[in-house]
Write a protein that binds this ligand. Structure first.
Ligand SMILES: Nc1ncnc2c1ncn2[C@@H]1O[C@H](COP(=O)(O)OP(=O)(O)O)[C@@H](O)[C@H]1O
Ligand SMILES: [Mg+2]
Length: 355
């Protein structure tokens, strides 16, 4: 006779208040489709665009694209939850806020903790951390909204003295290329900066690095798995439309053009960045190659990368020998082993299932 293991009560947390709400739903549907029903009982928790946490029935309806009611309430977890899988992209989900709340609940969850998530969400903080660890990043200028409001002319002249065109202007805390502009000339700079400030009170400007883009996936463990680099082949730059709304971008796993020496360097830098930023669980680390100089720079680190069947992270891990369902099992096992539920935290007692 076989003894069946009790199911793990897993909360899938998705949606969220960021610009990437819709992308989160796509990722969450893919994760749900690969969760083994023999292992997991799934609780759905949707966060609406305006920050309401929905009950099971309405969360499921939202994910399935059906009619749902907003049963207004703030953060909650079912009282018998064992582990949480946040599949949230962008601010308010990938930035340490939800992770800090889960840490306060003493609840194990997949992925990086509050500190690492917060650092990696902010492109400028990431660069400061990596530069101080001597890891390669492009030069950049930080601009706050108050600098810009106080003296836009001075800011623009500083930028012009430091970098030539083209440049990239980015909100420090966004994803999916939202609010980012490639600036080809002086005439485009002011409107690009104004646009970036629509999404964040801090932005950065950096020179364009013309060349290939590579991405490396990391799966944490006693011996972390670091994938070979994949390559983004895109006509133009990897803007929001090229990411999600057309077929202009191709994901090539593994990259066929990178030398094995450079592939090793990227993997080495990716793992060092993972450690410097205190990341846990998994991450995708993205690089830009400058084809003129032959040098690469680490562009950004994603603590909750896109997770659909055609996304780079699962494809890179598949190439490293981890099929999607095995990959998420590993991520959940890692979370439960390394962030065990805390019995010391009294607030766990008041967390309840919603009727
Ligand atoms: N300095 C740069 N040089 C060349 N391309 C860049 C640069 N910065 C960003 N890009 C392009 O913009 C895309 C989105 O920028 P990124 O910093 O990765 O932000 P996001 O978090 O929105 O993905 C990159 O994938 C790349 O195509
Ligand atoms: Mg990116």
């Amino acid at each position: 006779m076989t003894t069946s293991q009790p199911l793990t009560n897993l909360c899938l947390l998705f949606g969220g208040t960021s610009e990437e709400h819709e992308i989160s739903l796509r990722s969450a549907r893919a994760v749900r489709a690969h969760l083994n029903p023999q292992r997991y009982a799934i609780y759905h928790i949707a966060i609406t665009r305006d920050g309401q946490w929905l009950d099971e029935k309405n969360s499921r309806a939202l994910l399935d694209g059906e009619q749902y009611e907003v049963t207004a309430r703030g953060p909650y977890l079912p009282s018998d939850a064992d582990v949480v899988f946040p599949v949230l992209h962008g601010p308010g989900g990938e930035d340490g806020s939800v992770q800090g709340w889960l840490e306060m609940q003493g609840m194990p969850f997949v992925g990086s903790g509050c500190l690492g998530s917060a650092m990696a969400m902010d492109k400028s903080v990431t660069k400061h951390m990596l530069r101080s660890a001597n890891l390669p990043v492009l030069p950049w200028i930080d601009i706050s909204i108050s600098d810009w409001q106080d003296d836009a002319l001075e800011v623009a002249s500083n930028i012009a003295q430091r970098f030539g065109y083209p440049m990239y202007v980015k909100p420090t805390q966004q994803g999916s290329s939202v609010g980012i502009s490639r600036v080809e000339n002086k005439g485009q700079l002011t409107s690009a900066i104004d646009k970036a400030f629509e999404f964040s009170d801090y932005i950065l400007v950096e020179p364009a690095s013309e060349g290939a883009e590579y991405e490396v996936a990391i799966l944490d463990g006693n011996v972390p798995v670091v994938s070979l680099p994949g390559e983004i082949e895109v006509d133009g730059w990897y803007d929001h439309d090229n990411k999600y709304n057309n077929d202009n971008a191709k994901i090539i796993v593994p990259s066929e053009t990178i030398s094995s020496r450079m592939a090793e360097q990227l993997r080495d830098v990716a793992l060092k960045a993972f450690r410097v930023l205190r990341l846990e669980g998994y991450a995708r680390v993205d690089f830009l190659l400058n084809s003129k100089s032959g040098r690469f720079a680490l562009n950004e680190v994603n603590t909750i990368p896109g997770f659909t069947d055609i996304s780079m992270f699962p494809k890179l891990m598949q190439h490293s020998g981890y099929e999607f369902d095995v990959l998420i099992d590993k991520m959940i096992d890692f979370a439960m082993a390394n962030k065990p539920a805390s019995s010391k935290i009294p607030s766990r007692q008041i967390v309840e299932t919603v009727a």
